[in-house]
Design a protein around this ligand. Structure first.
Ligand code: B12
Length: 498
């Protein structure tokens, strides 16, 4: 029997540039590697030539995209995207078909996972939901053999998507079968994060080059607003600790931003990983996401990681009252949150405290949050607006109340998708005020640790742009909504979130 030859392909992997002001402002503080594209690139056979185009780095993304298409003439264009980027993903797909009519376009990422039907357009040739390495490899293999994509496992074909395709999320593969991401496809110096530390030395760098590492996938919590438990069926799956430690040892950066959903929820694995890192004698600084309840359960684990270089941890505080935490099914209390905060600080680990603002917030709710934050010990803070993810039951529940026809475009968890109690303009003002005030509580500022003079202009620009982005959130809605009050009279205590 004759076997067909594999044709080497030119593959262009693209990360879109978002346009929403808060996201652009956020990227002044933190721009992390396009790690999802590194995973996809690592999954295909070495005969293919892969390039990564991160349009977040381009001043004129459309021009940069067109130029890359014309110069590289890809056979396959793969585009990733969050929900708020879906509009740009579709625009890029159209452009790819126009400039390179012979190229196939495949999309994946979070929006493709949760709302694949939104990508059911003729300019897209295939949609991948969930983990992409396996399906992407199958797509590349098929194309290089001159075959179509129909019938490939976990690959949807626009024009013929039916209900049964959308019924369940594809099962997540065994993480040990996933490759290590290819980081040689981008310049590591382009990626950075503002770095929180409790005991920063004088002039210690605030903005540092950072690499992202994923040690595990999924989360065991069952928060109803969050898509993660659905995608991973409530499971937490860790990669082999040895492989993760080896990947960390090989990183070009000294700072590691873990992009797990919860790094320490499986304490056995977290200890194992610490052991492997210790064995290799790796000296790096770490930032990780965790929960107050995990900190309180395993302080010894955090002591160990502190010794390894854990500088800061993200904790979802979410709300200033027990009643709100209970209704959000957060699984922790105000007392537990404070205890975890104090415990981490006593170990020298800075806390990134994340809070949520509800569209239903009135002046009293904003004031309660402000006084609570004011009374807290130093921390780095962030505030998002409660926005259930498409694909969750909570999102279904708010569907009828969504007051904008741009729900996907504005899904950055910083725009209220349902009516606000205060006028939108006042809501944005209070939001910005909260962000501004909380900025003064940063451990560096609170501890009067001088920042390197060369970083001051960058920090001031970033902070001003961040505050102004929140102040102007209302401008992304139709003008007639800006000054109307009382569109929502609901209680601030009932919407579930982290
Ligand atoms: C780390 C992280 C971040 C990092 C940034 C990551 C980055 N590279 O820029 C930070 C903290 C900055 C961040 C910010 C935000 N994030 Co975030 N983040 C995450 C987190 C925890 C992990 C994402 C990750 O890196 N995963 C590792 C990679 C390897 O996996 P992956 O992205 O899923 O990619 C795989 C598949 O999706 C697929 N795939 C991906 N792309 C493609 C493309 C093709 C062609 C194919 C075939 C396959 C494919 O294959 C990949 C390899 O396995 C997820 C939660 C989660 N569990 O996914 C939330 C998550 C992605 N974030 C989310 C949100 C909402 C945000 C923010 C808007 C929140 C905010 N207000 O700050 C911003 C937006 C930032 C932006 N630039 O747009 C939501 C997205 C929801 C949605 N429907 O879009 C998630 C799912 C959280 C949640 N629980 O809802 N985030």
């Amino acid at each position: 029997m004759q076997t067909r030859a594999t044709r080497p392909l030119r593959i262009l992997l693209v990360k879109p540039k978002p346009e929403l002001r808060p996201i652009i402002a956020l990227q002044r503080f933190q721009l992390l590697e396009p790690i999802e594209l590194g995973y996809l690139a690592a999954s295909v056979a070495a005969v293919h030539e892969v390039r990564v185009l991160d349009l977040r780095l381009a001043h004129f993304p459309r021009v940069a995209f067109r130029a890359a298409l014309s110069r590289f003439r890809p056979d396959l264009v793969g585009i990733t995207g969050y929900t708020h980027e879906a509009k740009f993903v579709k625009r890029l797909a159209r452009e790819a078909h126009r400039v390179c009519p012979g190229a196939s376009v495949v999309v994946g990422g979070h929006h493709a996972t949760v709302a694949p039907a939104d990508y059911d357009i003729p300019e897209i040739d295939a949609i991948v939901r969930g983990e992409g390495c396996g399906p992407f490899r199958r797509i590349v293999d098929a194309l290089s053999l001159g075959e179509g994509f129909r019938g490939l496992q976990d690959v949807l074909i626009p024009g013929s998507i039916d209900e049964s395709d959308l019924a369940a999320f594809p099962p997540f593969p065994d993480p040990s079968t996933m490759p290590s991401p290819r980081r040689d496809l981008w310049n590591p110096r382009n990626y950075f994060s503002v770095w929180a530390s409790e005991d920063a030395s004088v002039f210690q760098r605030l903005f540092v080059q950072a690499s992202m590492v994923r040690t595990s996938f999924g989360c065991r919590s069952r928060c109803t607003f969050c898509i993660v438990p659905k995608i991973f069926s409530g499971r937490h799956m860790a990669r082999p600790a040895e492989a993760v430690a080896a990947e960390i040892a090989s990183l070009p950066s000294d700072h590691v931003y873990f992009c797990d959903d919860e790094n320490f929820i499986d304490e056995v694995f977290a200890h194992q990983l610490a052991g492997e890192i210790e064995k290799l004698g790796v000296k790096k600084r770490y930032f990780a996401w965790t929960r107050a309840t995990t900190v309180n359960r395993h302080p010894d684990l955090f002591q160990r990681w502190r010794a390894l270089g854990l500088d800061a941890a993200f904790l979802g505080f979410e709300f200033p009252t027990d009643e709100q935490l209970r209704s959000a099914r957060k699984g922790s209390t105000i007392a537990q949150n404070s205890k975890a905060h104090a415990a981490l600080r006593s170990m020298g680990i800075a806390v990134h405290a994340a809070f949520m603002i509800l569209p239903e917030f009135g002046e009293d709710d904003f004031e309660r949050l402000r006084s609570y934050v004011r009374a807290m010990p130093p921390a780095q803070f962030s505030f998002t607006v409660c926005t259930p993810s498409p694909g969750t039951d909570d999102y279904e529940a708010i569907q009828s109340r969504i007051w904008t026809d741009r729900a996907y475009d504005l899904h950055d968890c910083m725009h209220p998708l349902t009516p606000t109690r205060l006028s939108l303009r006042t809501f944005s003002k209070r939001y910005a005020q909260q962000v501004r005030e909380a900025g003064t509580k940063n451990p560096r500022r609170a501890g009067r640790r001088p920042i390197h003079p060369t970083e001051i202009p960058r920090l001031v620009r970033a902070q001003l742009s961040y505050e102004s982005a929140f102040e102007n959130v209302y401008r992304d809605f139709p003008r007639e909504l800006w000054d109307v009050t009382g569109q929502c009279n609901g209680s601030a205590a009932h919407r579930p979130r982290h």
